[in-house]
Design a protein. Sequence first.
Length: 266
Amino acid sequence: MNVMSAVVVGVVGVLVCLAACGGAGEEAAPPVSAPAPSPVASAPLVEASPSPAEGSGAAQPSAPVAPPSAAVSVPAGSPGGGAGFDEDRRVGELDGVAFLVAEGSEVTFTVQEQLTRLPLPNDAVMRTTALEGEVYLDGRPAAVSVDLHTLVSDQSGRDRCVRRQLFAEHPTATFAIDGVPSFPEGFAGGEEVSTRLEGTLLIRGVAVPMAFDVTARDDGDVVYLLGRSTFTWSDFDMTAPRARVVVWVADEVRVEVLLALRPLPA
C-alpha cells in the first residue's frame, strides 16, 4: 500500500517531465503510450483497450489498468511460490507479518496534453516496476520507495529529462505512512475490499500529504493492493509546464499504483 505513494514516483517531477520534456530534442512528440509491463499474475488487472490507428489523434490508453471511472479489479490468481517467502501463511493473518513489495508491483503516472501536431488531446504516460520496501497491514508504520531513474515512456527525450534534469541528484522517492487503517469486513475471508490510505510523499527534501483510494485482496501467499489518486499543479504551488510542441497540459494528474505484497517468514 505504502508503495502506492512511493510509487507516486516523485509526483511533481515526473509530471513536469511528462509535459515539459515531452518534445525535448524532437520536432513533435507523438502520444505517449509506455510499453506494456510484464504480467503480474495469471491475468492482468483489466484488459487494455486496443490502440487507435496511428495518426488518428485519439487519446492513447495509459496502461493495462482501469481508468478511475471503471470498475476496480485486482489480478486474478496469484504468482507462484518463491524461496524466502512464507507460503503457508493463511488468508487474513496480518498481526506480526511483514510483507515485501515483490515482483508484479508497478506505478503509473498519466497526464493529458494537447500537442501541436495532433487535432485531439492525448495521454502522456510514464511507469516503473522498480518499487521496494516492507509493508505492514497490522497498523505499524511503513515506507515504500521507488527508483525515479527507471521511469520510462515511449519518448527517450522525456526519459532522459527525468534522469538527468529532474532527479539527477535525487533518484529516490519515498511514501511513508503511520499505519495502514483497518480493512473492511471480508478482507480476512479473501474478498476484494476497498479502503483509503493516507501518507506523506518525500521527494527532493519536500514532504507532501497524499491519499489513495485502495482496492485490496488477500490470497494468502500474496496480497494485492491497487491504489489510485489524483493531484493538480496548484497542490504543489506550481503551474502546468509548457514546451514548444505542447499547446496545453491538463491540471489533473492521475497516479495508479499496484502492489504485489509477499509475506516474509516470522
